[in-house]
Design a binder for this molecule. Structure first.
Ligand code: SF4
Length: 330
């Protein structure tokens, strides 16, 4: 089976139907012990120093792991992806473009998914069958989310990891499902956590390796991971069409659309505060202005640049934020 790299969540059902192995390049990059080397190698190829680390990491991961077919999201994700796709093409990679249409129009979404299905030679009926098969797994990921915010047994990192990995189901959805069931059994056996500060994490997934542990060391826990939860597509009904699912996926559709969902989750999960993560040199950092204006809850904005552990200053800011929330709550 051939590997296909992804720059973000796309209708993965199409690739699974085509018997391809989906590989989310972000997950490979951020979990690699060579992550910094990937960035340096991209800079040696000419990528600017003042460019988001994820873009440089994705570029090198595809190049250095023989992933020569890539689905690149050129609309609705990152303003840098278009140029990244050009460089991959120049290097001889097969690049299949995909867009989350700006207008959130069902006809445009149909056209995009049809074009993706044509590129991989699969039919809508076959894709819908796989969508139904994945639905069960997505619902189990949703249960793991409930084990986090309702039953208070799962950690913030577990919540992050299992949801974010729904972009590619770790390249093998059957194995993913088995591993998930094992994890759920372990989590169900734990005692519920009590007297914690409940945090939401919004923004792109963190480049820091130890942010969730640090937060828990300070007596708080992330019980809502915004973008990761969106990746799990767990809210959808089994009868929803694949077009409907990806049209209502919040991540690609701008901050106003995302904020409606974030506000619902703040209430549902009884959050004390929000950590808004922004990536250095990312245009999404500007959205922080809207986030702070529109959300009526304490917000700490933190910025990450390179992969690895939290720097001392950010760690201190997180500790102080949680202390302040404790003073408010207890
Ligand atoms: S963090 Fe921002 S700039 Fe970097 S890849 Fe993601 S959307 Fe693009």
């Amino acid at each position: 089976m051939k590997k296909v790299g992804l720059t973000t969540t796309i209708p993965v059902e199409v690739l699974i139907t085509a018997k391809m192995i989906p590989i989310d390049l972000n997950n490979i990059f951020v979990t690699s012990n060579r992550a910094k080397e990937y960035i340096e190698n991209a800079e040696l190829e000419g990528f600017p120093r003042n460019l988001c680390s994820w873009i440089k990491g994705l570029f090198s991961v595809a190049l250095e792991n023989d992933i020569n077919q890539i689905i690149g999201v050129y609309e609705g994700d990152c303003s840098n992806t278009g140029a990244l796709l050009e460089v991959w093409r120049m290097k001889g990679h097969r690049v299949v473009p995909f867009a989350f249409p700006k207008g959130r129009n069902i006809e445009d979404m149909r056209r995009e998914i049809t074009s993706l299905m044509n590129a991989f030679n699969v039919t809508l009926e076959e894709v819908e069958r796989v969508k139904r098969e994945l639905h069960f797994i997505r619902k189990r990921v949703q249960y793991l989310d409930e084990l986090t915010f309702r039953h208070n047994r799962a950690t913030g990192f577990e919540n992050h990891l299992w949801q974010v990995c729904c972009s590619d189901f770790n390249g093998d959805y059957r194995k993913f499902s088995e591993d998930l069931e094992e994890m759920i059994t372990i989590i169900e056996g734990r005692q519920p956590r009590e007297d914690e500060i409940r945090l939401g994490y919004i923004g792109v997934p963190p480049i820091f390796s130890n942010i969730y542990d640090t937060i828990e060391d300070c007596g708080a826990r992330v019980v809502y991971n915004e973008v990761q939860r969106a990746f799990s597509m767990a809210d959808f009904d089994i009868e929803d069409s694949i077009h409907h699912m990806y049209l209502n996926f919040t991540y690609p559709y701008g901050i106003e659309f995302r904020l409606e969902e974030i506000k619902r989750q703040i209430e549902l999960r009884d959050l004390d505060g929000i950590i808004h993560y922004v990536q250095a040199f990312c245009y999404k950092g500007i959205e922080d202005i809207v986030v702070k204006h529109k959300l009526d809850i304490p917000i700490l904005t933190i910025e990450g640049d390179l992969p690895g552990s939290l720097d001392a200053r950010t760690r201190l800011r997180i500790e102080s934020f949680i202390d302040m929330l404790k003073d408010r709550r207890f």
